[in-house]
Design a protein around this ligand. Structure first.
Ligand SMILES: C[S@@+](CC[C@H](N)C(=O)[O-])C[C@H]1O[C@@H](n2cnc3c(N)ncnc32)[C@H](O)[C@@H]1O
Length: 89
């Protein structure tokens, strides 16, 4: 599985999450991609929700919750229903 082609560096959501939210707040990213935002929010003890239209990107984002180094994508295997259902047609 190919990594998402336009991932954020985690420092970007980290800056804004720390600046704008408190622990326990809900962080929403409506263009979730590989879910850098959700993984960063979780690490900073925030709740999170993302939207992503591409199911492969959702599958690929699972590495962030399994890897020891969450920014290094290994071969991702995943359970997409953990994150979202594909958009209805
Ligand atoms: C620039 S990427 C986000 C990358 C993300 N910040 C990361 O670090 O991986 C934007 C994402 O928005 C998704 N997207 C675009 N339009 C969308 C829509 N209407 N609903 C859900 N996702 C959408 C694209 O599939 C793409 O993965």
């Amino acid at each position: 599985m190919k990594p998402h082609p336009a991932r954020f560096p985690p420092q970007l959501p980290e800056f804004f999450i720390n600046f704008l939210t408190n622990e326990g707040d809900l962080v929403v990213d409506i263009f979730g991609g590989s879910n850098t935002t959700g993984a960063t929010a979780e690490r900073l003890n925030r709740r999170w929700m993302i939207c992503e239209q591409n199911e492969d990107y959702l599958k690929g984002s699972r590495f962030r919750f399994e890897a020891e180094e969450p920014d290094d994508p290994p071969e991702a295997t995943g359970n997409p229903q953990l994150f979202a259902a594909p958009p209805s047609k």
